[in-house]
Design a protein around this ligand. Structure first.
Ligand SMILES: [Zn+2]
Length: 68
């Protein structure tokens, strides 16, 4: 079972230089892609590191559109 899915919003223990610590998941796998909700910057970090940094997960509000 996958704890994390595309579009989920995560709060990390690590704060981005812009002051936000809230990120959207843009990619899952061995590496996770994250987009900062403060400034829009995208980063990639290894899954193992990501899992240690996560403080809170908010599932995506809307389910994906018909699996398209
Ligand atoms: Zn930022």
């Amino acid at each position: 079972m996958n704890r994390f899915a595309l579009g989920d919003i995560v709060v990390l223990k690590k704060q981005h230089p812009c002051g936000s610590n809230t990120w959207e998941i843009t990619r899952t796998g061995i590496d996770f892609g994250l987009r900062c909700l403060g400034c829009g910057r995208r980063v990639m970090i290894p899954r193992t590191r990501f899992e240690r940094l996560v403080r809170k997960v908010t599932k995506a509000a809307a389910p994906p559109d018909g699996g398209r």
